[in-house]
Write a protein that binds this ligand. Sequence first.
Ligand SMILES: [Zn+2]
Length: 140
Amino acid sequence: MSTISDEDLLAYADELLNLVTASTIEAKLRKDSSLRERLQALLDGRDSGSISIGEVWRHGRISCPSRSEMGLYLMNALEAERLDYLAFHLESVGCAYCQATLEELKTAAESLELNAQDTQRRERLFASSAGFLQARSASE
Ligand SMILES: [Zn+2]
């Protein structure tokens, strides 16, 4: 008998679990051939498209925050309670699925910021050369 859920098994297969949980499951898998069969069946089912890992996580034991919530988390705009939850989810649970999303959002935010700086620089440049041209034409 085993207390490992399908979600745990799939998360283990995708290396989404923290080290402690993963090694517990690994030890059980090594001893228990029926558990190995279950994992294999789950993976087969997923490969054929019947389960997606995102679905498993969202509807499973661990509730992943939404993408927009993670955006707020990045901007430090969450209320304290949710902030705690997200920090716990990302750091203590170590959900790799959400960590990946967070990284992606960070990269996107950084490139947005760079673009904004660029636009400002261009606008300043334009304003100063427009001023230069005006000053020149006024003196002519
Ligand atoms: Zn998550």
